[in-house]
Design a protein around this ligand. Structure first.
Ligand code: SF4
Ligand code: F3S
Ligand code: FES
Length: 245
């Protein structure tokens, strides 16, 4: 059965904005993105929202719903009671372009700073061989849809614009961990670079990134903590230090 829901949607641009109130029809089985589309169709044709697949796979529709970072297309209206006001705001960590659309270029800049997979010399594509166990270890990380909800949530940058230069964020530290676990990757010192160039030390394993990941990737436990351990081994293991000397 349909009902009328109360919505508050942030409207504005880089200059500023405010929450705008709406009363809007909701039908059974709908997600928040359906309701935003209905608002566009009936009451606010110029409301900006980024989306693509409506299936939780393109990572475009990230926003904050009642203060919680989520995908608009994967948040069912049945999550809320019928008399609850649903507040939709843009991701807070990135600059607003308009309404619910933010400028996520910080993430693309950080992606470019991670050196690409480096195959061993003399091995051609098609000749790569690796154990199934090594394939499986990083399989989880390749589920990432680049929604950047983890990047938006991590407190290191969420409230500290000044840290953006030195911190690549959970998504890209995880990418470095994935490459570091790759048995054929010939780029040396990935873990050490995570510390020196990508700000791994800023992460104090609060796990907020893991909590909001729509792909349920265990970013902290399976990527960041193991990489911190390898960095600690490198810098502080007394036997390794002896060898290095
Ligand atoms: Fe999104 Fe998860 Fe990938 Fe982060 S790790 S960008 S939360 S899918
Ligand atoms: Fe940030 Fe995740 Fe670490 S939220 S502090 S990157 S565990
Ligand atoms: Fe693609 Fe939501 S529209 S993830």
């Amino acid at each position: 059965m349909g009902y009328k829901a109360k919505f508050k949607v942030w409207r504005g641009d880089a200059e500023g904005g405010d929450l705008q109130d709406f009363t809007v029809e909701v039908n059974e089985g709908e997600v928040v993105l359906d309701v935003i589309h209905r608002l566009q169709a009936t009451q606010a044709p110029d409301m900006a929202v980024r989306w693509n697949c409506k299936a939780g796979k393109c990572g475009s529709c990230s926003a904050e719903i009642n203060g919680r970072p989520r995908l608009l297309c994967m948040t069912r209206m049945s999550t809320f009671t019928e008399d609850e006001t649903v507040t939709v705001t843009p991701m807070r960590t990135f600059p607003v372009i308009r309404d619910l659309v933010t400028d996520v270029s910080y993430n693309y800049e950080k992606a470019r700073e991670v050196p690409a997979f480096a195959p061993p010399e003399g091995v051609e594509p098609g000749e790569y061989r690796m154990q199934q166990i090594d394939v499986e270890r990083s399989q989880e990380f390749r589920k990432c849809i680049e929604c950047f909800l983890c990047q938006n949530t991590c407190h290191v940058v969420r409230d500290h614009e000044e840290n953006k230069t030195n911190f690549s964020g959970p998504r890209f530290l995880m990418r470095i961990a994935e490459l570091d676990m790759h048995p054929l990757d010939a780029h040396e010192n990935r873990a050490q670079e995570a510390k020196t160039d990508h700000g791994l030390g800023f992460c104090n394993i609060t796990k907020c990134c893991t909590e909001v990941c729509p792909e349920h990737i265990k970013i902290t436990d399976n990527a960041l903590i193991p990489m911190k351990e390898r960095v600690a081994d490198h810098y502080y293991d007394p036997i390794l230090r002896l060898f290095k000397r």
